[in-house]
Ligand binder design. Structure first.
Ligand SMILES: [Zn+2]
Length: 164
């Protein structure tokens, strides 16, 4: 069983995830029969089972990684439809600990940063990731707003990569 990314998913798999999320929101059990009526693709269910979704007593629910897929997609859409170069809406990856979209990283010390808005403290393995140090140095030197935005995005990608 491998982890999925949103871009790997077929449209039936995407529909399945969104449909289960909608049923969860409405407190309606996502049974096999209901999903067959709504999505009509049992292959998608089978493919997602064990990674993005789980089942118990004929009710399907999203796993943490299923929720993360939807949040990643949501954040990606928000970053495209929002204002990509404003400091508040930096297009970003996701907190490796809680999977929430990260809008800002504040260095705490040389080896950790605080993610906003979730508040998780992320450790940076600078030994393994000298890129982090280089980017932090570059950020300290950059004054152009666009350059800072892009450097911050690069830092966030570095962190997301480092924690995988
Ligand atoms: Zn977090």
């Amino acid at each position: 069983m491998t982890e999925h990314t949103w871009s790997d998913l077929t449209s039936a798999q995407r529909d399945t995830l969104v449909t289960i999320a909608r049923l969860e929101r409405d407190d309606i059990p996502a049974t096999n029969q209901r999903l067959t009526e709504l999505v009509d693709d049992s292959r998608a269910l089978k493919d997602l089972l064990g990674t993005a979704i789980t089942t118990e007593q004929d009710t399907y629910t999203l796993t943490n990684s299923g929720h993360a897929l939807l949040r990643q997609h949501q954040a990606r859409l928000t970053s495209i439809l929002g204002h990509p170069n404003s400091d508040a809406t930096v297009a970003v990856p996701f907190c490796p600990q809680c999977h929430a979209p990260i809008t800002l990283l504040s260095p705490r010390d040389n080896t950790s940063v605080r993610a906003t808005p979730c508040g998780c403290h992320l450790e940076i393995d600078t030994e393994r990731d000298p890129l982090y140090e280089t980017l932090t140095d570059a950020l300290a030197l950059a004054h152009n707003r666009d350059a800072r935005t892009h450097l911050r995005q690069a830092l966030q990608l570095t962190i997301a990569r480092g924690e995988q």
